[in-house]
Design a protein around this ligand. Structure first.
Ligand SMILES: [Zn+2]
Length: 102
């Protein structure tokens, strides 16, 4: 089992066929756009109180892609999606943990 450093931060993020992240500790992650969009943690995709996902995965375009992304502080990445959804902020920890579940 790979040990995840709590302070792992991206060295480089490249938006290509998927999201490629090179972490400062040398680990590399590939995350599909659809999967990441589907995991959007914002208030319109997840019920803030119950933590339950309210986003219907079927409403996500299969060819979803980010139009741009920006760093939020030094802890997260904000993605502007091609379906005009831009309220999702993905913490690095979530991104880092993402490819462990696939
Ligand atoms: Zn969302």
């Amino acid at each position: 089992m790979l040990k995840v450093k709590k302070k792992a931060k991206p060295e480089k993020i490249i938006l290509a066929e998927d999201i490629y992240i090179l972490w400062q500790d040398g680990h590399e992650s590939h995350i599909s756009y659809f999967d990441l969009r589907d995991a959007c943690p914002c208030a319109s995709c997840v019920d803030e109180l119950s933590g339950e996902k309210t986003l219907d995965s079927n409403t996500i375009p299969k060819d979803i892609r980010p139009e741009k992304s920006e760093y939020v502080g030094n802890y997260a990445l904000r993605v502007y999606w091609s379906d005009k959804h831009d309220t999702g902020i993905f913490h690095y920890k979530v991104l880092r943990d993402f490819d462990k579940s696939t």
